[in-house]
Design a binder for this molecule. Structure first.
Ligand SMILES: [Zn+2]
Length: 765
C-alpha cells in the first residue's frame, strides 16, 4: 500500500466525518433561488410516475431539472410547449365513496383523469433517478432549455416557498428515496392550476386541491385527501413529549413573550429536524436543544391567516439528534394574540396553538404567567400560587393529567368560587359586565361590585353540571374548572378552562337586540354552558385522532346539552330545537341544493375552507341529529349512556376515530337490528350526504312500499316504520330505503306510518 492510496482513503474518510452538514438556512436560501439546469433538460416519452394513489403519465414533453440544493436535485418543470403531440395526464382514483364524492363535487368526476401541458414538481424522492433510468431504457434525448423562460423560475420559487418546511425536513431527516415527499403544481387543460401533494409521513399521504382567495384570505380547498388502500398510516409525530413547561410574559401592550420547555424523544435515527406547530402569529425567535442553539425554519406568513390552525415549523440541529435519548428543548416565541375589546374585555386568539407543540400529542402542563397587575389571568390547571410584585402579577398553575389543548384567558375579572369534593369551580366575569348587570338591576352605587345573583347561579350550575356529567361518564381529565368570558358569539371548552361568550353572561335583555329571539336566547342561556362542560369528556378526555372524527366530539357535547335542555324545559322544547336544526340542514343554497349537500360529516374542517356556514350546520346540526338517531337505534338514552361509558374506556387512551366509534356502538345494538355492524348507518349518514324524502304507499291489503327520493343512488338507510295495532303498544318495523322503492309486508290489521319528524332525519312532503 503506497502513501498516495492511504492518503486518498483518509481523505474520503475525513470528508464523510468532518464535512459540514448543510445548514437549514443554506437549504432554505437555495430553495428560494432555484434555476433550471440547462444540462438537465430531457425530451421524455411515456414516463409513468406513481406516488401512492396518484399516477402521472408524461406522454411526451420536456422535463427540466433545477440546479441542486446542497447535493440534491429537488425541483423539475415540465412542458409540452414546442413538442408535437405533446401530452401528459394526472390520474387519481380515491379509495372510498366519500372521497370520490368530494372529488366529484369540485371536478365533476369521481375519478380524475386530467390532461395537462405544464407542471412543476418539488420532491425529495426518486423522480430524478426514475427519469435517468427511463432515459437509459428508451431513446430519451437531452433537449434545449429555451422552453423554460424566466417566468418558470418565478413560479418554481413561489411553489418552493409554500413547501419549504416539508422539503427541508425531509432532506435533513434523510428520508430514503421511497419515503421522500412529492409536491406538484399542475396546469390542467380543463381544471386550470391545482396542487397535488404526496407526503408518506402524513396520516393522509395523498391530497389534491387548490389554493383559493376568499376575501383576501388564502385558503386551501381540499378536493380529495386519503391514505391509499393497503398503505400503513405513519405515526402522528416523529417526536413526542410527556410534559410542557411554559413561562409567558404578557406586556402592558398585550404582546405575549414566552419560553416553552419540554423533553422530547424520538425512535427515529438520524433526524436533524424536529417538526412542531404553532400559530402563524407566534414568531419563534430562538431555540436550543440540549443547550445548543438550533436553527429555526418557520414559514413566512402574512397576518391574514386564520387563527384556528397551527402551522408547522422546524428546529434544526447541526448534528443528527440521538434516538431514544431525552432531548431538552427550549423554544422562545413572541406574538400579538390578544386584542383589547375595550371595557376591560379582551379576546385571546390562537387559543390552542399559542405555544409550540407536537400535533395530536397529549402532555401535562406547568404554566407560569406574568401580566400587568390590573389584569387577572386564568389558565387550565390547578392554581399553585398567585403573587403581586410591584406592577406585575404572577400566576402559577399546573395541569397534571395529559391533555391535547391548554389555554389562558385574561381580563379585568372579578370572580367567585364553588367547591364540592372533588370539584372546584372558579367563575369569572368582567368587572364592566358585572356593573352593567347590577345597574340594570338598579343596585345602588354602594353595592356596585357585588356579584350578581344570576352569575352566582351560573357558578352553582357549573358545579351541578360537572357533578351530573361525572356521575354519567366518570371522572373528567381535571377537577378544577375555571369559567371565563370571551368576546364573540361562541364558547370553547378546554381542559379545566371554559371560554363562554359574553352573551351568555348577560341576561337576554342586555344582549344585542339582533340576538334576542327565543332560539338564540336558549343557545346562550341554556345550551352553551352544558355543551362546553360536556367537552371536558368529549374532546378533552376523549380526543379525536384526526380531523375526520372532530365532528363526533362536537355532536356528542351538543347532544348532551340538548338532553339537559329537554329535561329542564320538556321534550317539546327539545324537539323544537331539533326542528330548528333540521330547517338549517335543509336550507337551500343559491345553487338550489341543501346546505347539507356541501359534504359529509367525515370531511370535517375541510368544509370550513369551502363554506364556513355549511361546516357549522353539518358539524353541529346534522351531527346532533345523527347522534340522536343512533341513541334511538341503541334503544334509548340509558343504553346510549352505557355505550358512551364503554366508548370512554376504550378511546381515552387510544383516541377517537369514526370507525372505532362505529364498532363500539354496534356492540350495543339490540338483538335483531337489521344493520348489526352499523355500516349502512355510517355509509349514508357519516360518510355520505343526503336527507331523504320519504313516503309510504299501500299496494294491497298487507303490502306497502317505502319510497325514497331526493338523494343519490347509493343512499340507503334503515327507516323505523311505526306499526300500531289496536290494544298493543306501537312497534317498529325496520325497512331499508332505496331509490327504487322498498316493498314490505305488515301482518294483521295495523296502522302503518313513517317515524315522527322529531325522531328521524327525513322530509315528508
Ligand atoms: Zn363545542
Amino acid at each position: 500500500m503506497n502513501f498516495w492510496r492511504i492518503s486518498a482513503s483518509l481523505l474520503v474518510f475525513s470528508c464523510s466525518v468532518f464535512c459540514q452538514q448543510p445548514t437549514a438556512a443554506s437549504l432554505v436560501s437555495a430553495l428560494n433561488g432555484l434555476s433550471i439546469d440547462p444540462n438537465e433538460v430531457y425530451h421524455v416519452r411515456d414516463l409513468r410516475l406513481t406516488r401512492g394513489g396518484f399516477t402521472i403519465y408524461l406522454t411526451e414533453g420536456l422535463l427540466a431539472f433545477t440546479k441542486p440544493v446542497g447535493s440534491e436535485v429537488v425541483a423539475a418543470a415540465f412542458t409540452t410547449s414546442g413538442v408535437d403531440a405533446g401530452d401528459a395526464e394526472f390520474i387519481v382514483t380515491p379509495p372510498n365513496r366519500g372521497e370520490r364524492a368530494s372529488l366529484a363535487y369540485f371536478t365533476k368526476t369521481p375519478n380524475l383523469d386530467e390532461h395537462f401541458s405544464q407542471a412543476i414538481f418539488l420532491f425529495t424522492d426518486q423522480l430524478r433517478m426514475e427519469t435517468l433510468r427511463h432515459m437509459q431504457q428508451t431513446e430519451v434525448k437531452k433537449a434545449a432549455a429555451e422552453a423554460f423562460g424566466p417566468q418558470w423560475t418565478q413560479t418554481i420559487d413561489q411553489l418552493a416557498a409554500g413547501v419549504e418546511v416539508p422539503i427541508v425536513e425531509s432532506m435533513l431527516n434523510r428520508d430514503p428515496p421511497d419515503q421522500g415527499v412529492f409536491y406538484g403544481l399542475i396546469g390542467g387543460n380543463d381544471l386550470g392550476p391545482f396542487q397535488i401533494c404526496f407526503n408518506p409521513h402524513q396520516a393522509e399521504s395523498n391530497i389534491v386541491g387548490k389554493v383559493t382567495m376568499e376575501g383576501g384570505i388564502a385558503a386551501f380547498q381540499s378536493w380529495t385527501s386519503f391514505l391509499p388502500k393497503k398503505a400503513i398510516a405513519p405515526p402522528l409525530s416523529i417526536f413526542h413529549t410527556a410534559a410542557y413547561q411554559i413561562e409567558a410574559d404578557i406586556s402592558p401592550d398585550l404582546t405575549v413573550s414566552a419560553v416553552t420547555r419540554f423533553i422530547a424523544k424520538t425512535a427515529r435515527e438520524n433526524c436533524r429536524a424536529m417538526a412542531l406547530e404553532i400559530a402563524p402569529k407566534m414568531k419563534v425567535t430562538g431555540a436550543t436543544i440540549n443547550g445548543q442553539t438550533v436553527e429555526v425554519v418557520q414559514p413566512q406568513s402574512s397576518d391574514d391567516t386564520g387563527d384556528t390552525d397551527g402551522e408547522k415549523f422546524l428546529l434544526v440541529s447541526a448534528e443528527p439528534l440521538p434516538s431514544g435519548a431525552p432531548l431538552q428543548v427550549e423554544v422562545h416565541h413572541q406574538g400579538s394574540v390578544i386584542h383589547d375589546e375595550g371595557e376591560g374585555i379582551y379576546f385571546v386568539e390562537a387559543r390552542n396553538i399559542w405555544f409550540p407543540r407536537f400535533s395530536f400529542d397529549s402532555a401535562t402542563f406547568d404554566l407560569t404567567f406574568h401580566c400587568p397587575v390590573r389584569l387577572r389571568i386564568v389558565s387550565s390547571g390547578k392554581l399553585i400560587s398567585e403573587k403581586v410584585d410591584g406592577s406585575t402579577r404572577t400566576v402559577h398553575r399546573v395541569l397534571d393529567s395529559p391533555v391535547q389543548f391548554v389555554g389562558f384567558n385574561l381580563g379585568d375579572f372579578v370572580g367567585i368560587e364553588r367547591e364540592q369534593s372533588p370539584f372546584r369551580v372558579e367563575f369569572y366575569a368582567n368587572r364592566s359586565i358585572v356593573d352593567r348587570i347590577n345597574n340594570a338591576n338598579s343596585i345602588s352605587a354602594t353595592h356596585t361590585g357585588d356579584f350578581p345573583a344570576a352569575l352566582t347561579a351560573m357558578a352553582d350550575r357549573t358545579l351541578e353540571l360537572l357533578r351530573n356529567d361525572a356521575a354519567e361518564w366518570g371522572p373528567p381529565p381535571t377537577t378544577n374548572m375555571a369559567v371565563t368570558p370571551i368576546a364573540g358569539t361562541f364558547g370553547q371548552g378546554f381542559p379545566g378552562l371554559i371560554y363562554l361568550s359574553i352573551n351568555s353572561y348577560l341576561p337576554p335583555l342586555l344582549r344585542p337586540p339582533h340576538i334576542r329571539d327565543t332560539l338564540l336566547n336558549s343557545f346562550y342561556s341554556d345550551l352553551m354552558l352544558p355543551h362546553e362542560i360536556a367537552h371536558q369528556w368529549w374532546g378533552n378526555l376523549v380526543m379525536a385522532n384526526d380531523y375526520r372524527s372532530g365532528w363526533l366530539t362536537e355532536a356528542l357535547a351538543n347532544y348532551a346539552a340538548l338532553g339537559i335542555y329537554s329535561e329542564r324545559n320538556g321534550a317539546a322544547a327539545g324537539n323544537k330545537l331539533l326542528a330548528f336544526y333540521r330547517g338549517e340542514i335543509e336550507t337551500r343554497m343559491p345553487n338550489g341544493k341543501p346546505v347539507e349537500a356541501e359534504g359529509p360529516l367525515n370531511v370535517g374542517v375541510r368544509l370550513r375552507a369551502l363554506n364556513a356556514n355549511a361546516w357549522r350546520v353539518i358539524t353541529y346540526d346534522k351531527g346532533t341529529w345523527v347522534i340522536r338517531m343512533l341513541a334511538q337505534r341503541l334503544g334509548g338514552n340509558d343504553r346510549f349512556a352505557a355505550f358512551e361509558r364503554a366508548l370512554i374506556q376504550t378511546t381515552k387512551d387510544e383516541g377517537l376515530s369514526n370507525e372505532t366509534f362505529r364498532k363500539i356502538a354496534a356492540r350495543f345494538l339490540p338483538p335483531g337490528d337489521p344493520d348489526p355492524t352499523l355500516e349502512y348507518f355510517f355509509d349514508s349518514w357519516v360518510y355520505g350526504v343526503g336527507v331523504p324524502r320519504l313516503s309510504l304507499a299501500r299496494s294491497s291489503a298487507r303490502e306497502y312500499v317505502l319510497r325514497q327520493s331526493g338523494v343519490g343512488e347509493d343512499f340507503s338507510v334503515d327507516v323505523p316504520v311505526r306499526i300500531e295495532r289496536p290494544g298493543r303498544p306501537a312497534a317498529i318495523q325496520w325497512v331499508r330505503s332505496s331509490n327504487d322503492g322498498t316493498p314490505f309486508t305488515v301482518s294483521g290489521t295495523a296502522q302503518v306510518s313513517l317515524p315522527a319528524l322529531s325522531d328521524f332525519l327525513y322530509r315528508s312532503e
